[in-house]
Design a protein around this ligand. Structure first.
Ligand SMILES: O=C(O)CCC(=O)C(=O)O
Ligand SMILES: [Fe+2]
Length: 335
């Protein structure tokens, strides 16, 4: 099957239908000799407490090792995601339409009903994705055997993600010495979701980004870049730094909710995804939020729930073509 037939029609015209070429540079993703990211060992969090604190303050992201996810699971997930994406667009549409998994592309901002939030100003983001609410995966019963085996892997993967997010969140709350109301569960792994992304390779030099510049709205994001193709970049000291994929490691981002909860001690990292001119890239992100109705309280921000935050983001994307985010909730004197 031609690669173009597997892509959503809206994206096809953006990519030239021509074989990958080595004539262009690979999209700013030269391998750096030394990995500059802070490295956190999940098995040794007690010992790495200061390192974790520093990483969240200084970088807003870190590389997680010793996370306990079997390497075979990470590799299978990647391989099967690739296979699912390479089905024809029509068969993906038939399998996902009307299901709990939302097949979407072009914009990362979705309404709660799963419709992409678009505006005239917005440029298309060159990706295709599946939005997977983990707690509802048992209600998804795909007929296609490849999609079913991917579903089974995601169920297994989701258990690890929820364990890892809980462990990291609890460590951060302890380090920050936060006085959270004990009756409320702040981190809601039940409402967390996975997004499986495919960024098609694209030789069209006029194309924008795989994913626009943004911060994540989550408490934490756990990104699996088992793929060898890079693309993720973070803004650091006013420069874009490529976050290279290193197999069997995960990238953890501090998101907006965590920045607010930490009273700006932690930093919701600004990032984007570049399009690769030679190869398509697959990545799998997990986003975890606060429980329904839980207010994030801090001295720098007005209290807000995640629903209120998401609603505001959607309104801003519709009105201005961009997310404004935490600044919307900041007390006036801090603006
Ligand atoms: O695909 C990636 O590497 C990053 C995706 C991302 O930033 C997001 O979904 O918020
Ligand atoms: Fe992101």
């Amino acid at each position: 099957m031609k690669e173009l037939d597997t892509l959503p029609p809206d994206l096809r015209h953006l990519c030239h239908d021509q074989p990958p070429t080595l004539a262009h540079d690979g999209g700013g993703n030269l391998t750096q000799g030394v990995d500059p990211l802070p490295i956190i060992d999940l098995q040794n969090l007690n010992h790495d407490k200061n390192k974790l604190d520093e990483a969240c303050k200084d970088w807003g992201l870190f590389r997680l090792v010793n996370h306990g996810i079997p390497p075979t699971l990470l590799t299978q997930l990647h391989d099967q995601a690739k296979q699912v994406f390479s089905l024809s667009f029509e068969s993906k549409k038939d399998s996902f339409d009307g299901s709990i998994v939302n097949h979407f592309w072009g914009t990362p901002a979705l309404t709660s009903s799963g419709i992409g939030v678009t505006s005239d100003h917005q440029k298309t983001n060159l990706f295709e994705a599946f939005h997977v609410p983990l707690s509802q995966l048992s209600q998804f019963q795909p007929q296609h055997p490849q999609i079913e085996s991917f579903r089974v892997l995601l169920v297994e993967y989701g258990k690890h993600l929820s364990r890892i997010a809980t462990t990291l969140f609890e460590a951060m709350v302890k380090i920050l010495d936060l006085n959270l109301e004990p009756s409320k569960s702040y981190l809601s792994t039940d409402t967390g979701y996975v997004r499986v992304y495919r960024y098609p390779h694209c030789t069209n030099p006029d194309i924008g980004l795989g994913m626009e510049v943004h911060t994540d709205s989550s408490f934490l994001t756990i990104l699996n870049q088992q793929d060898s193709v890079s693309g993720l970049e973070v803004l650091r000291d006013n420069q874009w730094l490529t976050i290279n994929p290193i197999s069997n490691t995960l990238i953890v981002n501090v998101g907006d909710l965590m920045q607010a909860l930490s009273d700006d001690r932690y930093n919701s990292v600004v990032h984007r995804v570049k399009v690769n001119m030679q190869k398509e890239r697959i990545s799998i992100g997990y986003f975890v939020f606060s429980d329904d109705g839980v207010e994030i309280k801090s001295s720098k921000y007005k209290p807000f729930t995640y629903d209120q935050f998401r609603e505001q983001v959607q309104q801003d994307v519709k009105a201005f073509g961009t997310k404004i985010g935490l600044a919307r909730f900041k007390h006036a004197q801090d603006n």
